[in-house]
Write a protein that binds this ligand. Structure first.
Ligand code: NDP
Length: 337
C-alpha cells in the first residue's frame, strides 16, 4: 500500500516537504471487513485547513497520519456480507492506494457506474455545496445578477449553471482568458471577468450595471473588495469559501474595512451567511441528487474534470489548486479500474 502522510505543517503555502510518500504491507482482513482499492482521489481546497492545527470546524490531520480525502474505490476483497468484490463505492479513505473498511459510511455506486468519478464532483460534495449554498442561502430570482468566482471549478461552475437555470444574469470571475472563455462558451455564463486583469474592479462594475443581487463567495480578498460597492439592497451572500486567504499567515494589509462592511450590511439589509455543507445540509442530499441527476440526464449541466495520474503526483496537484493551476474538478487517478 502506498500512502501520502502529512510530514510537517505548512507555514503559508504548502511545499513538497510537508508531504511524505510511504509504502506499507496491505493489512489482512478480519471478519466483517473489506479491502478497498482506490481508483480516484478527490483533491479539494478544504484539505489546506486540515494541514493546520488552527481551530476549525473539523479536526486537523495529525502529523505522520495519512492525508484525508474522498475517494472512489472498488472492493478488492470482502469478508462483509453487504459488499461484493468488484463493486464501486464512494469512501473517505484519503491519499492512499488501499484501505480496510468495516463498511460504515460507504456509499454504494453499483457494479459498473457510467462516470464513477462524478461522485467526487458534480454529483458529490462540490455539486451539493453549489446547489444548497445558492438555492437555500442565495435565493436567486429571475432577472437577478449573480456573481461567482472560481467560476470554472466544480463549485463555481455549478453555481453559475444553476443560476442560469433559475433565470439569473450570471457574471463569472476566473483566473485567465482560457478559463473565462470556457465559462461563457461552455458553461453558458453571460460574461466572465479575469481577476488578474489590472482593471478587474472596473470590468466587474461594468458587467454588473444593475448591481449584484447574489454574490456566491468562494475566494474573498480583492475579489470581495471589488464586489462590496456593487451589492444591491437586499443582496444575499452565501459564504462558501475564502480560498485567497487559505495560505495567509496574517490579516491582509491596508486600511481596516470592517466598519465599511458592517455599514454596507446594515444600510443595504444584506444577508451574509456561512455554511459547512454536510453539517448543515446533510439531510437534504437526496433532493440535490434527484435534481442534479435529472439536469445531467437532460444535458443541462456541463462538467469539466482535470484528471492527474498517480498518487505521487497528488502533492504538486494540490499545491497548484491553491494557486489556480487546476482547470476543472481536480481528481487523481490512483489505479486503473
Ligand atoms: P476549485 O477547483 O474552484 O479550485 C480553487 C480555485 O480557486 C482555483 O482554481 C482558482 O481559480 C481560485 N483561486 C485560488 N486562489 C485564488 C485567489 N487568490 N483569488 C481568486 N481566486 C483564486 O475549488 P472548488 O470548486 O472545490 O471550491 C471552491 C470554493 O468552495 C473553495 O473556497 C472551497 O473551500 C469552498 N468549498 C466550501 C464548502 C463548504 O462546505 N462551505 C464545500 C466545498 C468547497 P481561478 O484560477 O479561476 O482564480
Amino acid at each position: 500500500n502506498n500512502r501520502i502522510v502529512l510530514a510537517s505543517r505548512p507555514v503559508g503555502a504548502p511545499v513538497t516537504d510537508n508531504f511524505r510518500l510511504e509504502s506499507q504491507a496491505v493489512p489482512a482482513l478480519k471478519d466483517g471487513e473489506l479491502l478497498l482499492r482506490t481508483i480516484y482521489l478527490s483533491l479539494d481546497p478544504y484539505m489546506r485547513g486540515r494541514m493546520s492545527d488552527a481551530k476549525s470546524y473539523a479536526d486537523p490531520v495529525e502529523l505522520n497520519d495519512v492525508m484525508v480525502g474522498a475517494t472512489v474505490c472498488q472492493v478488492e476483497d470482502s469478508l462483509n456480507p453487504n459488499f461484493e468484490k468488484g463493486e464501486w463505492v464512494l469512501a473517505y479513505t484519503g491519499w492512499q492506494s488501499y484501505a480496510v473498511s468495516d463498511g460504515e459510511g460507504l456509499l454504494k455506486l453499483g457494479k459498473s457506474p457510467s462516470h464513477p468519478s462524478f461522485a467526487l464532483g458534480i454529483m458529490g460534495m462540490p455539486g451539493f455545496t453549489a446547489y444548497m449554498g445558492l438555492l437555500d442561502i442565495g435565493q436567486p430570482k429571475e432577472g437577478d445578477t449573480l456573481v461567482v468566482a472560481a467560476a470554472t471549478g466544480p463549485v463555481g461552475a455549478t453555481v453559475g449553471q444553476i443560476g442560469k437555470l433559475k433565470g439569473c444574469n450570471v457574471v463569472g470571475i476566473a483566473g485567465g482568458e482560457e478559463k473565462c472563455r470556457h465559462a461563457v462558451e461552455v458553461l453558458g455564463f453571460d460574461v466572465c471577468i479575469d481577476h488578474k486583469a489590472e482593471d478587474f474592479a472596473e470590468q466587474l462594475a461594468a458587467a454588473c450595471d444593475k448591481g449584484i443581487d447574489v454574490y456566491y463567495e468562494n475566494v474573498g480578498g480583492k475579489v470581495f473588495d471589488a464586489v462590496m460597492p456593487l451589492l444591491n439592497t437586499g443582496a444575499r451572500i452565501p459564504v462558501c469559501g475564502l480560498i485567497s486567504q487559505y495560505n495567509a499567515t496574517a490579516l491582509p494589509e491596508g486600511p481596516d474595512r470592517m466598519s465599511l462592511l458592517m455599514a454596507t450590511l446594515l444600510i443595504k439589509r444584506i444577508k451574509m451567511q456561512g455554511f459547512i455543507i454536510f453539517d448543515d445540509y446533510g439531510h437534504r442530499y437526496d433532493e440535490f441528487a434527484a435534481d442534479m441527476g435529472k439536469w445531467l440526464m437532460e444535458g443541462k449541466m456541463q462538467y469539466k474534470e482535470q484528471i492527474v495520474d498517480s498518487l505521487d503526483a497528488a502533492p504538486e496537484a494540490f499545491m497548484g489548486l491553491l494557486e489556480g493551476k487546476n482547470f476543472g474538478k481536480l481528481v487523481v487517478k490512483i489505479a486503473e479500474p
